[in-house]
Design a protein around this ligand. Structure first.
Ligand code: MG
Length: 297
């Protein structure tokens, strides 16, 4: 049972990092350009608009690791500790950083603001993309999941769509851990769509930008269609657009669903070994740490 949990958790976090590293190559491209240049893009080769070396991850994985580290260092969730880790990461001159993230972190530093003001413009996927450590940490005590997710999210993205989709992705991962039943997992997303029909992916037309509703549609579409980790991931990143984040989030779901053994070893071997080590260590520690919130709420 314990091994089963670890197999899914490692699958989820490593699947997430693999999606980031694989998708970075096709970020901002469209399917036709990807086809012309790569045929089918299915190897971790780096490059892309960021000119990465093969196996390098981007802000998605780096921010998730920063958030996970803060929980481990504090033996619990403390919003300011998470914010400080994000700021330290920003100061390390990361290879990529979203504009909403940068603004939110800058306001934290200069104004001490731990919640960005509500904004229609803050509907990017930057909060949803980095929430996996909170999901893994809260599996033992889900009552704290919503607070932690929204707190870390609204530091930079205070927007109803971002809030809802960040939460629903977490609920889906949790359902994978509890039942492993893909229909039940998809039903969680479908329930949200019944309430907000504009999130529907039933007529998916390839909307794959960094707008969090597009991210939701893309991830739901390819996760629903996929049968194992590799096809799910390849189809997602060959859609282009915000391919690293879409790849990371679909990797989080598919990795949990199919387990770490289903992630092709050709991808795991290419992934930056420092990232593999950090992700593996965090996964074990987040699963074992007692769930606590240090903020006064
Ligand atoms: Mg990225």
């Amino acid at each position: 049972m314990k091994n089963e949990l670890l197999r899914r958790a490692l699958g989820s976090y490593l699947g997430f990092a693999v999606g980031d590293a694989l998708g970075a190559t096709t970020e901002f491209m469209n399917p036709r350009e990807i086809k012309e240049q790569y045929g089918v893009h299915n190897r971790i080769i780096g490059g892309g608009w960021l000119k990465l070396r093969a196996g390098r991850v981007t802000d998605d994985t780096e921010m998730a690791l920063a958030l996970g580290s803060s929980i481990i260092e504090q033996k619990g969730f403390l919003l300011k500790a998470a914010a400080d880790n994000f700021v330290n990461w920003m100061k390390s001159k990361p290879v990529d950083i979203g504009s909403t993230v940068r603004r939110g972190l800058r306001d934290y530093v200069t104004l001490g603001r731990t919640e960005s003001p509500y904004s229609e413009q803050s509907a990017g996927n930057g909060a949803a993309m980095r929430n996996l450590p909170v999901v893994l940490y809260c599996l033992k005590d889900w009552s704290k999941f919503e607070y932690m997710s929204l707190a870390q999210g609204r530091l930079t993205h205070n927007n109803e769509h971002s809030d809802r989709i960040t939460l629903v992705f977490g609920e889906m991962v949790r359902e994978i851990f509890s039942s492993g039943d893909k229909l039940k997992v998809l039903e969680i997303g479908n329930r949200l769509i019944r309430e907000y029909p504009k999130y529907s992916y039933s007529n998916y037309k390839g909307e794959c930008s960094g707008y969090v509703i597009d991210t939701f549609k893309t991830v739901m579409h390819f996760f629903a269609e996929g049968e194992y980790f590799e096809d799910t991931m390849v189809n997602t990143v060959n859609q282009g657009g915000d391919a690293d984040t879409n790849g990371a989030i679909v990797g989080m779901l598919a990795g949990a669903m199919y387990g770490v053994n289903n992630i092709p070893s050709k991808w795991l071997r290419k992934l930056d070994t420092k990232v593999v080590d950090a992700v593996s260590e965090q996964t074990g520690r987040l699963l074992n740490l007692e769930v606590r919130v240090h903020d006064e709420i």
